[in-house]
Design a protein around this ligand. Structure first.
Ligand SMILES: [Fe+2]
Length: 345
């Protein structure tokens, strides 16, 4: 194994010109870029978006751009490693903060990428997915799986803001990203499945031989339930950090094909130093305050902030006050590709 492979400059100019003319290039000068030794060399850099800083810009967008002109009134959280305007926060995860004002609606569409939202502020907002009306309350996780019709509405009287997470970068990379527009959906007049079929953990509708289970049976995960479960985990966790994965209640698998969601509670003064994970991640602060070190970069986070970590990041969280974070990650994708890995620090 050679430490230093040949460079393009070592090759004669006429040979380089002939290769360009023929539409070919030598692999060896570029090989270490795409196959570095031992670990990937991510382009992604850790980012931190203070809600306090972004909120006024989002509200100004509400004044400047009517929702009809935006369809989705979103400020995109761009990976610092790729620069402002990059339609991704990590290699595979897109993040955006979306504003819906009272009385507004965002038209129905469906698209190949999957999305999930974490509600950041406001009450009265809702998403309709395949006719199911999903109320949006602080901290709720609401899914809009790829291929499912969805539109957003607002019956309340204060602005509603949520964080969108999509596997959009992956679909753009695959040249598989597109949307189809439609009419606002008729809403079924019933509560969402988290309040009916999947009201209690460990219980699902009784199966009959002819039962057709929906691929995404539950599309809203109410924060009140998540927080109560985390508190109970923490109470009996003997000092272990309480963490819960969001799962499909019928299969026990991740809620979406490529993105996973994990809720975490840190008590005041508690630290957490996870192993180096091959997955990239975004952390959304539902409540609380603290500091995280991500590859040596100190991020002081406050309620409703969002920050990111590239693959194999060295992360240590420390909560100043009782804190709840949701980690959005691409482990499900890496599991499917067969290479998810954790390394001890
Ligand atoms: Fe959408």
């Amino acid at each position: 194994m050679s430490d230093q492979l040949g460079t393009i400059e070592e090759l004669p100019q006429d040979y380089r010109a002939a290769m360009t003319e023929a539409g070919v290039a030598p692999l060896w000068p570029m090989m270490r870029n795409v196959l570095p030794h031992d670990a990937p060399n991510p382009v992604t850099r850790s980012g931190h978006w203070s809600f306090q800083a972004v909120r006024p810009l989002l509200m100004r967008a509400g004044e400047l751009t009517p929702v009809e002109k935006a369809e989705r009134r979103v400020l995109v959280l761009s990976d610092p490693g790729r620069g402002t305007g990059a339609m991704q926060a990590t290699s595979s995860i897109y993040l955006g903060l979306q504003l819906l004002l009272p009385g507004e609606s965002a038209p129905a569409h469906k698209h190949t990428p999957s999305a999930a939202r974490i509600i950041v502020e406001g009450t009265g907002g809702y998403t309709v997915v395949d006719g199911e009306k999903l109320p949006m309350q602080d901290g709720d996780l609401v899914l809009t799986p790829g291929g499912d019709w969805h539109d957003h509405g607002h019956d309340g009287d204060t602005p509603v803001i949520w964080l969108d997470a999509l596997d959009l970068p992956l679909f753009v990379y695959l040249e598989g990203s597109y949307a189809i527009e439609g009419e606002l959906q008729a809403q079924r007049n019933r509560p969402d499945a988290s309040e009916v079929e999947y009201r209690a953990a460990g219980l699902a509708p009784s199966r009959k031989l002819t039962s057709q289970v929906r691929r995404y049976p539950m599309m809203r995960y109410p924060w009140t339930q998540t927080e109560a479960a985390l508190r109970q985990m923490a109470k009996y966790g003997e000092g272990e950090v309480a963490e819960l994965d969001y799962i499909n209640p019928e299969t026990g698998q991740d809620v979406l094909p490529t993105m996973g969601f994990t809720a975490m509670m840190l008590a005041a003064g508690q630290s957490e130093a996870p192993p180096l994970r091959s997955a990239s991640a975004a952390f959304h602060v539902v409540k609380g305050r603290g500091t995280s070190l991500v590859n040596g970069q100190e991020i002081a986070w406050a309620p409703k902030d969002t920050f990111t970590a590239p693959v194999f990041a060295d992360i240590t969280h420390r909560a100043e006050e009782e804190s709840f974070l949701v980690r959005i990650h691409d482990r499900p994708l890496q599991d499917k590709l067969g290479y998810y890995e954790e390394r001890a620090k």
